[in-house]
Ligand binder design. Structure first.
Ligand SMILES: CSC[C@@H](O)[C@@H](O)C(=O)COP(=O)(O)O
Ligand SMILES: [Zn+2]
Length: 223
């Protein structure tokens, strides 16, 4: 009797809070994508944050305030879907709530990427009052999951920036209601893009960046 109780206790003590092999794989993917995107100048200073879903309850996410060009595994931590750190004393990204919001909202979302390129930031300010950027007729729509033709119009939402994550999450929630999008801009801030996995999220991020930069060039030419 005593042995059985003790062994159950031992079993519980040895059960890790999350799957470490899965975490290490997620961390490696986050590190390689952040390095490549930082090299493009899309994450100046310590801007940007990345995450990958680890099942229904957890996500691997960048620790707050790190230089995203130089991350190592120790700079990636685990949070639960309410943004609580899991088995660590580190502080998650200041914007972890925006990541877990997307994971809670869309069960198919497997990765969320956030960058601050000049194009994303300028577009977000130009279109802040409109609340969206209307993109039309781009062949690159086909890089977005579910899109098969350039003959379309896509409204990329723009939400007001806020330092209070409850306020920001509420704005995003409202902006996404009834919309079919793989991203949104935050005014004066940057772009959030997501996908079923990190490769798809990266493809969506790059497609939005490309279309936004074309839009800015067109505006200059049309003046
Ligand atoms: C360096 S200012 C940018 C931050 O305020 C924030 O917007 C950001 O993207 C990075 O925050 P972080 O807490 O490192 O994930
Ligand atoms: Zn940011």
């Amino acid at each position: 009797m005593w042995t059985a109780t003790a062994s159950r206790y031992t079993l519980r003590m040895n059960t890790p809070a999350f799957d470490h092999t899965l975490y290490a794989g997620c961390a490696a993917q986050i590190i390689s994508h952040t390095r490549e995107l930082a090299a493009k100048g899309w994450m100046p200073a310590t801007a940007g944050n990345f995450s990958i879903r680890m099942g229904a309850e957890h996500a691997a996410i960048t620790i707050s305030g790190k230089d995203k060009a130089r991350l190592s595994e120790a700079d990636i931590m685990v949070v639960d879907m309410q943004n609580n750190p899991v088995a660590t004393h580190h502080r998650p990204s200041a914007e972890a709530a925006l990541h877990t919001h997307l994971y809670r909202l869309f069960p198919e979302v497997g990765a969320v990427l956030h960058t601050h390129s000049p194009t994303q930031t300028i577009s977000s300010l130009l279109y802040a009052r409109d609340g969206q950027v209307l993109l039309r007729d781009y062949e690159l729509f086909k890089a977005l999951r579910g899109h098969t033709t350039h003959e379309a119009e896509l409204a990329l939402p723009v939400v007001p920036n806020a330092q209070d994550m409850d306020v920001l999450t509420a704005s995003v929630d409202k902006a996404l209601a009834g919309r079919d999008t793989w991203g949104y801009l935050i005014a004066g801030h940057g772009l959030y893009a997501w996908g079923r996995d990190i490769n798809e999220a990266r493809r969506h991020l790059e497609a939005f960046e490309f279309m936004l930069s074309c839009d800015l060039e067109l505006r200059k030419l049309q003046r």
